[in-house]
Write a new protein. Structure first.
Length: 157
């Protein structure tokens, strides 16, 4: 509940993470789109496939079929293979808005993903405490997927 004494810290969320991937920019960006899209899953390894329309204004949503689902956001900016930015409510079905930004750069023969999730609004405590672990799980999936694709293509480390 928001009271007159609510602090700005109670209404904001800020997460930053860096993920090093032993794969090219292109392979890592492709893995990111796959992991956020059709290969998305929960931390309990339960499939939660999403649709990610990877163009400016494209939607990011969970399609449950028969015109049912959950809107997560819209692609605010995309510049293959170095930037993906999404704005929207994400998993929060209440008054809140998020900005999620992935910046990819070449580093030490691989790719460095710099991730930021910033949110403003009524952020429930269980979401505030669980979101960091959720992103880490997704990012580990991106890393594994990109590195596996690199190994399958026969590119040496």
């Amino acid at each position: 509940m928001i009271t007159a004494a609510a602090r700005i810290e109670d209404l904001t969320l800020g997460i930053t993470e860096e993920i090093y991937v032993r794969a090219s920019l292109d392979a890592t960006f492709a893995a990111l789109l796959e992991q956020l899209g059709p290969h998305n899953e929960t931390r309990e390894s339960v499939p939660m496939p999403m649709k990610l329309e990877a163009w400016p204004g494209g939607r990011w949503y969970r399609d449950l079929g028969d015109s049912n689902g959950h809107f997560w956001g819209v692609v605010q900016a995309i510049k293959r293979p170095t930037l993906l930015e999404i704005t929207g409510p994400l998993f929060m079905s209440y008054p809140a808005v998020s900005n999620v930004q992935y910046r990819l750069s070449e580093k030490d023969g691989g790719t460095l993903i710099t991730f930021h999730h910033t949110a403003l609004g009524l952020i429930l405590e269980n979401h505030r405490t669980g979101v960091t672990g959720g992103w880490k799980y997704i990012h580990e999936g991106v890393r594994r997927r990109a590195e596996m694709a690199r190994l399958q293509s026969g590119v040496a480390h």
